[in-house]
Design a protein around this ligand. Structure first.
Ligand SMILES: Cc1cc2nc3c(=O)[nH]c(=O)nc-3n(C[C@H](O)[C@H](O)[C@H](O)COP(=O)(O)O)c2cc1C
Length: 323
């Protein structure tokens, strides 16, 4: 059974990202860096509790590829956390992560996500309800605080006392949304104050950033840095795991394409995965943002992007990329 305390260090995780970390993206990342822990997009405990078809479909994963597979959930009703947790465990997930960091107005106004930082009693009850429901580990992803960083340690201690067995911390407060630079200092201090693994998150844009920022932490979590560059996860794993022997980023030609031509088979793989999971129409619509991130930094990229953001069929991508 998966456990946060026994998984190999340093932990490298793909950040949960709504609209991004669906099965196709997670599987692409796992092909590139099998060591990575993958999280789903955040899913509503209310929707899982009521059996909403669209949300249940988002729980589909490939157990042969996506391990450890962590399902991230949000909500505010402990009973719904309890029943959603049971559904998630039955599906074979390795862990459940509770979102206490999303700053989106719609989420916060319903007392979900970051709003829970201001409701530590309720936050602890949600963890307790989830832990009570399942045997798989329960973790929390949160931010430094609401408008202060001083609450991070007491808040996280409450969560650990309630049964959380790992913490991922995005180095921004609710009030920062996505502005400014992530501050990892409070995360290092948190690690000294709690007994569970602590994973740092925020603004890792290269393997060198990961090496510099990990310090005393158990791992790093990378989100936006992978956009258009999923191969970065390979570099992060290799840089962190070789850190103690030799601080050198290995160059796996095959897993780390250097030219745009070398990236094309991977981009097509990503499109094929998206089509397999979502059907051609929806899959290609959702691929548009990824295609636009992949196609950058060479002559003619702008013109190619303009065509790719209008594609509806996989064959159109094949044709546009056949340069
Ligand atoms: C498009 C997008 C969607 C996100 N969705 C989620 C989510 O569903 N759950 C969550 O905990 N955080 C979510 N986040 C926040 C990321 O997990 C991460 O904390 C944040 O992007 C900072 O890390 P980064 O600088 O490596 O991207 C999202 C971020 C982005 C950009």
């Amino acid at each position: 059974m998966f456990s946060w305390s026994s998984i190999q260090r340093p932990i490298v995780a793909l950040a949960p990202m709504a609209g991004v970390t669906d099965a196709s993206y997670r599987q692409l990342i796992k092909r590139i860096a099998p060591e990575v822990v993958v999280f789903t997009e955040f899913l509503s405990t209310d929707a899982i509790h009521f059996g909403a078809k669209r949300t249940l479909e988002m729980l589909n994963f490939d157990p042969a590829i996506e391990r450890p597979f962590i399902v991230q959930v949000f909500g505010h009703d402990p009973d719904h956390f309890l029943s959603a947790a049971k559904v998630i465990e039955e599906l074979g997930a390795d862990g459940i992560d509770i979102n206490m960091g999303c700053p989106a107005a719609k989420v916060v106004s319903s007392c979900h996500g970051s709003a829970l930082i201001r409701e530590p009693d309720l936050a602890a009850r949600l963890v307790e309800a989830t832990v009570k429901a399942v045997k798989i580990p329960v973790s929390v992803k949160t931010r430094l605080g609401w408008d202060s960083k001083e609450t991070l340690i007491p808040f996280c201690k409450r969560l650990v006392d309630a049964g959380a067995t790992a913490l991922s911390i995005h180095g921004r407060r609710f009030c920062d949304k996505f502005t400014g630079k992530a501050d990892w200092e409070p995360i290092y201090a948190l690690k000294e104050a709690v007994s569970v693994p602590v994973i740092g998150n925020g603004d890792i844009a290269s393997a060198a950033d990961a090496v510099e920022m990990i310090k005393n932490l158990d791992g790093v979590m990378v989100g936006r840095g992978t956009f258009g560059n999923p191969w970065m996860m390979r570099e992060v794993v290799e840089a962190l795991r070789n850190k103690n022997q030799e601080s050198r980023i290995m160059n796996h030609e095959q897993l780390r394409p250097l030219t745009f031509e070398q990236k094309i088979p991977w981009i097509l793989d990503h499109c094929e995965l998206a089509v397999r999971f979502k059907g051609e129409r929806k899959g290609m619509l959702e691929m548009r943002r990824h295609l636009s991130s992949y196609v950058k930094g060479f002559d003619g990229a702008k013109e190619m992007r303009e065509r790719l953001v209008r594609v509806e069929k996989l064959d159109e991508v094949r044709e546009i990329l056949s340069i």
